[in-house]
Design a protein. Structure first.
Length: 269
């Protein structure tokens, strides 16, 4: 005997299992609780000061809306140095991330290898760029090389995690096909895994290059070279017109990198 659903039954929303509803309640309730608890520590009560101290904001805006282009050639040159720092840092990070991503994938290596590699990636991602950069400044002195290595290690941990997740989501069919030919494990990776993940890996690397182009400016705070160093010197001297010019140069450079990155990704995916 076949039971057909009536029109009222079809209009009823689907009933989710009790376990899912409890999980959602705990999840969103926990997030709401954390926001409430964090209201005091992050000083959200200062929000009205944005409107009360309008004269200070007006003075800042007055200076900021008049960019100082007196040394624009220096700004362009230092922005180019910053882009090179990001490029080299990302390139070295990819070299670090490829073995980490393969060794950290659950479907490639056993747990006794995969778990320690995951912890190494956690450590690389967790240590701030400024701390790593300071370590290299102490080792090799001030300059762009410290910024390159700071970005390389931190980005290596980030890309390693993304690369491993991409490997874990591959189609097993090509790998099994390569294995059926009697190939060695390394050949399975080269011919069965890498071709599937290469476009996605490239896309991830391009995203991180965009991010590193911005992050490299912050490393100027510790003397790691590039336009960030000029930016923080200008902030400390309250030269807001120069800060405005530097900000415009950074925005233009990052926008150009973003457009180029989108063009490359569109051809890969």
């Amino acid at each position: 005997m076949t039971v057909t659903a009536t029109a009222p039954d079809l209009l009823k929303p689907p009933v989710r299992p009790l376990g899912q509803r409890v999980f959602d309640l705990v999840l969103w309730g926990g997030i709401a609780t954390m926001l409430i608890v964090g209201f005091g520590p992050v000083e959200m009560s200062k929000l009205p000061l944005l409107f009360q101290n309008s004269e200070n904001m007006r003075q800042f805006g007055h200076d900021f809306m008049r960019p100082d282009w007196s040394d624009w050639r220096l700004l362009v040159v230092q922005m180019w140095v910053t882009v090179q720092i990001a490029l080299w840092g990302t390139a070295i990070a990819v070299i670090i991330a490829i073995p980490l991503g393969l060794l950290g994938a659950r479907n490639v290596t056993p747990g006794y290898i995969q778990m320690p590699i995951r912890r190494v990636m956690d450590a690389l991602r967790s240590i701030p760029d400024l701390v790593i950069g300071t370590m290299f400044v102490v080792a090799v002195g001030l300059g762009p090389f410290a910024g390159v290595m700071a970005l390389a290690l931190n980005t290596g941990g980030v890309l390693g995690k993304l690369f491993s997740e991409a490997v874990e989501s591959i189609d097993k069919g090509p790998v099994e096909g390569v294995r059926a030919t009697g190939a060695a494990p390394l050949q399975e990776i080269v011919w069965g895994v890498i071709p599937q993940v290469a476009p996605l890996w490239t896309s991830y690397a391009l995203y991180r290059f965009e991010s590193n182009s911005r992050a490299a400016t912050v490393l100027g705070l510790i003397g790691a070279g590039g336009i960030g160093q000029i930016l923080f010197d200008s902030l400390n001297s309250f030269s807001y017109g120069r800060v405005a010019a530097i900000s415009i140069v950074i925005v233009v450079a990052v926008s150009i990198i973003d457009l180029l990155s989108q063009t490359i990704r569109s051809r890969l995916l």
